[in-house]
Design a protein around this ligand. Structure first.
Ligand SMILES: [Fe+2]
Length: 152
């Protein structure tokens, strides 16, 4: 039989609380690792189907070169300048709509919308104090979403 919480002295209560905290850490630690694996697994599963990349072009095979965004990161202390370019022509009926910058957990950090008449599909993003994986999604109005990544 377990003692009732209300019957524990201070030392016993601290022991129970410590054990509960340790159990929570043991349970939480694998779930964090699993979440990362789940994300990578989901990305692998969806690449070439829901979105496309240079190595998984799916139904758009042959379109990689003009859709997969190029990424360059310059670092100056804690400041990051991320530049992305898609080597895609801009015309009235076929153009790059936008670039989306995502963090390592696929949260949107910023995006740049393009004017099909005045813009080339090139974007610049400034971040401060970020390190880790960055994703750029380039969105074509005909050939869907293309993703590339780099580590900053
Ligand atoms: Fe396209």
């Amino acid at each position: 039989m377990y003692p009732r919480i209300s019957n524990l002295n201070r030392r016993q209560a601290m022991t129970v609380a410590g054990a509960a905290a340790a159990a929570a850490l043991v349970i939480a630690a694998p779930s964090v690792a699993l979440a990362r694996e789940d994300l990578q697994g989901a990305l692998r599963e969806l690449a070439g189907k829901v979105f496309y990349s240079a190595d998984r072009p799916g139904r758009w095979k042959g379109k990689e070169k003009v859709h997969s965004p190029l990424i360059k990161v310059d670092k100056d202390g804690n400041d990051l300048l991320i530049r992305a370019a898609t080597q895609h022509a801009m015309s009235d009926d076929h153009f790059i709509i936008k670039h989306i910058l995502l963090d390592a957990k696929l949260n949107v950090l910023s995006e740049k919308l393009f004017d099909k008449i005045f813009d080339m599909p090139r974007s610049r993003f400034a971040l401060n104090g970020y390190s880790g994986r960055l994703y750029i999604v380039s969105v074509c109005n005909v050939h869907d979403n293309w993703i590339n990544w780099t580590d900053a």
